[in-house]
Ligand binder design. Structure first.
Ligand code: NAP
Length: 260
């Protein structure tokens, strides 16, 4: 299937590695121009160079912390100055820390709000004036929007807000032909998931391999997802091929979530 991505321009947030890079790679594979960002300049530059070389498509890399509105504005402006258009954005950031409710301070709740919910609002607000009919917004949340995850209360609470934002905007922006969707990763093989498994292994006094084997039991397809499997779903939802899909949350979870 031709996704219709050739020549289109996408902002892909938090994309030097992990899920963001997986979506950027899938977009670039199909001929889109991708503007990557993350906080660490040399890592995002390396990722963008590798995509440009591998897929022979123009890429941009910008050091941008998505909790900082001025940095988001610079990232968007640089992309527009370079390519003159923006067709969509992947709204993404790092995840809040893993803690039990009684361990979380007000300052940590505030940081989680700024990292997960307010950054989403700000990224969408910064790009919206440049969108036209056929543009698309895609968020990444978590399986926690369906089932709470142990010790990830900050993520669960803030991502519920992002899921609400997606449905609200899908209604508000539909008259302008702008689609808004959400991806729900189950357990995709990234550094963040490895870090969470490591923390769990330490807490339970078991090996990393045991912690991982336990978590695989809850995934019907029997494996972690790859960032490329995740990225393909993202590229589809951002592409013109998904022109009749808005307000949807797509699970990329190997069957992990049990609800119908
Ligand atoms: P990851 O492998 O740790 O990658 C995180 C990426 O985000 C890196 O490129 C990082 O680069 C960038 N980043 C982090 N904070 C940022 C910020 N404030 N501004 C800009 N860039 C930032 O994580 P991941 O697994 O891809 O996860 C991405 C998101 O999906 C997270 O919110 C995570 O909680 C959520 N999620 C993932 C899974 C999964 O299965 N992997 C499941 C549920 C939810 P820098 O450090 O250089 O900024």
């Amino acid at each position: 299937m031709d996704l219709g991505l050739n020549g289109r321009v996408y902002l892909v947030a938090a994309s030097s590695k992990g899920l963001g890079l997986g979506v950027a790679r899938a977009l670039a594979t199909d001929g889109a121009r991708v503007s990557l960002c993350s906080r660490t300049a040399n890592e995002v530059e390396l990722a963008a160079q590798q995509l440009a070389t591998q897929f022979n498509t123009p890429t941009l890399a910008t050091a941008c912390d998505v909790t900082q509105p001025a940095e988001i504005a610079q990232w968007v402006e640089r992309t527009l100055n370079t390519w003159g258009r923006v067709d969509g954005i992947l709204v993404n950031a790092g995840g809040p820390p893993s803690k039990a409710f009684t361990e979380i301070s007000d300052a940590e709740w505030q940081s989680a709000f700024e990292l997960t919910l307010l950054s989403s609002v700000r990224m969408i607000r910064a790009t919206l004036p440049h969108f036209t009919h056929g543009s698309a917004i895609l968020t990444i949340t978590s399986a926690s929007v369906v089932e709470p995850i142990e010790r990830l209360g900050m993520s669960t609470v803030m991502r519920a807000g992002v899921a609400g934002l997606v449905k609200t905007l899908a209604d508000e922006l539909a008259p302008q032909g702008i689609r808004v969707n959400n991806l729900i990763p189950g357990r995709i093989d990234t550094d963040r998931v490895a870090f969470l498994d490591q923390q769990r292994a330490q807490r339970l006094n078991i090996s990393f391999e045991e912690a991982r084997a336990q978590s695989l039991k809850s995934i019907p397809l029997g494996a972690l997802g790859t960032v490329d499997e995740f990225g393909k779903a993202g590229a589809f939802l951002l592409s013109p091929a998904a022109s009749y899909i808005t307000g949807a949350s797509l699970r990329v979870d190997g069957g992990m979530l049990r609800s119908i």
